[in-house]
Ligand binder design. Structure first.
Ligand SMILES: [Zn+2]
Length: 454
């Protein structure tokens, strides 16, 4: 633990708020420089460009990145030996380059990184079990921030001007704290940070009380935290004491039923986004809640049979990601589809999330997160949280945290019958009722924990 972290832990809450704000102002200085403001203006214009013009820009940015990587990264120089970059004519020519995966990056990270000066470190990836430390140039981070803020601005939320409530896994509440204050204020961003670690059935009233006093304009951060709140409010018939402009979940895969619940309880739209700490390009919802690729941020491509994507990202100059197998899947919309929002950028039908965000049937077919959450649809409002664990193909263990006042014993059988219909008779289902399902060390809640080896 650093000296500052120790001071933080032993300080009173008002002092912790101050430290949180000071850290926020410091962070802002690396996030909101000239590059940020210029890029925000550029993106506003870029949205209006016809598709061909966007694609031409994408190709020129791609060549810039490829040439830079070959010149400055020993890893890419050796990997691309014998490839004539000068012969590339379109983005499609990317296919002439080999695919890079996480393990290749991890093993060679010192040779991958082009430059350590003016970069910040970013730790990534808990879900796949492999962690990776990448570096980002400050100007690249500014462009990433600008892209996210531009996306929010398109749907009516102005970052730094409006208030947001963020649910994340930062360790803001010291162990042993007696008072029920599970949030800290970052004045630099008009942001109230709510810890995901203490969001239990018993503590939710305190969170709600704080939210009602803070009156945020938007919620962002962990999707499952927002769901826990919405679920509780639905069960108890509680209305929010504030009107949100938008909800922006991050980090966890959205489920259609969860999204609908949030929109019902908070009377506002949920806007989805795809981004990653490694620095992948962006896919963001437009005002019509259709996902559009941001061609200014990189290239998405499919490879092989399934929906898994490779990413090439234009904001990764310090740790280039080129044809990188990030582990996520997407269904692309058919080409040439028009969106009522008027933007011509290609659309994405669905983001399927991490490779491990699904369960297997005993036969090896995948059942995605949306379908898994649907297993619970016949027991409305009585399940506080559920976790599905699978470590062998023919068995799933379900942990259930239920509202005992509403949960009916026959629901276990309903759940079994849902499993039977989706997974067939060969799957063994074990249902365990627990008082609380723990979160991960990162503070995220995982609905599905799939450790099947293959
Ligand atoms: Zn659109």
């Amino acid at each position: 633990m650093s000296f500052l972290e120790k001071v933080y832990e032993h300080s009173p809450i008002f002092w912790q708020n101050l430290m949180t704000s000071v850290a926020g102002y410091q962070k802002n200085s690396t996030r909101y420089g000239q590059v940020y403001h210029d890029y925000r203006a550029f993106l506003k214009d870029f949205d209006t460009w016809p598709l061909q013009k966007q694609q031409d820009y994408q190709f020129s940015e791609l060549m810039k990145l490829l040439n830079y990587a070959v010149k400055n990264s020993r890893f890419y120089r050796e990997l691309y030996a014998g490839v004539d970059l000068a012969s590339f004519k379109t983005v499609e020519d990317l296919k002439k380059l080999p695919i890079v995966d996480k393990e290749m990056l991890r093993k060679n990270i010192e040779d991958v990184i082009t430059d350590k000066a003016n970069t910040v470190e970013e730790h990534t990836g808990g879900t796949t079990g492999k962690s990776l430390v990448v570096r980002h140039r400050i100007e690249d981070s500014m462009r990433r921030m600008a892209t996210l803020d531009h996306f929010k601005s398109r749907v009516g939320f102005e970052h730094l001007q409006m208030k947001r409530a963020t649910f994340n896994g930062k360790h803001i509440v010291p162990p042993g704290q007696k008072s029920k204050v599970f949030w800290r204020y970052n004045r630099a961003c008009k942001q109230m940070i709510y810890s995901s670690f203490f969001l239990t059935e018993e503590n939710i009233p305190y969170y709600l009380d704080s939210l009602n006093r803070f009156k945020p304009d938007a919620l962002d951060g962990f999707f499952t935290c927002m769901l826990d709140l919405a679920n509780y409010m639905k069960r108890k018939g509680i209305q929010p004491g504030f009107q949100l402009k938008a909800i922006f979940p991050t980090s966890e895969t959205l489920t259609p039923s969860g999204r609908a619940l949030l929109e019902e309880i908070f009377s506002c739209k949920v806007y989805d986004q795809y981004a990653s700490s490694e620095g992948a390009p962006f896919v963001t919802d437009c005002p019509h809640q259709r996902l559009h690729m941001d061609l200014a941020s990189g290239v998405f491509e499919h490879f092989g049979e399934g929906d898994e994507v490779l990413v090439t990202s234009f904001t990764t100059y310090a740790t280039p990601l080129i044809r990188y197998r990030i582990g996520d899947s997407m269904v692309f919309s058919p080409e040439g589809q028009a969106c009522p929002c008027g933007m011509q950028a290609p659309m994405v039908e669905e983001i399927r999330g991490r490779r491990l965000d699904f369960l297997y049937t005993p036969e090896g077919a995948k059942v995605n997160a949306g379908n898994v959450s649907n297993l619970l649809k016949n027991m409305p409002n009585s399940v506080i949280r559920a976790q599905f664990q699978q470590s062998v193909m023919d068995k799933v263990t379900v942990l259930l945290e239920v509202d005992k006042a509403l949960y009916n014993e026959t629901y276990d059988d309903l759940l079994r019958s849902e499993f039977l219909h989706k997974f067939g008779p060969d799957l063994k289902v074990e249902i365990r009722h627990v008082d609380e399902i723990p979160r991960e060390g990162s503070g995220k809640f995982r609905m599905i924990k799939n450790d099947v080896e293959f």
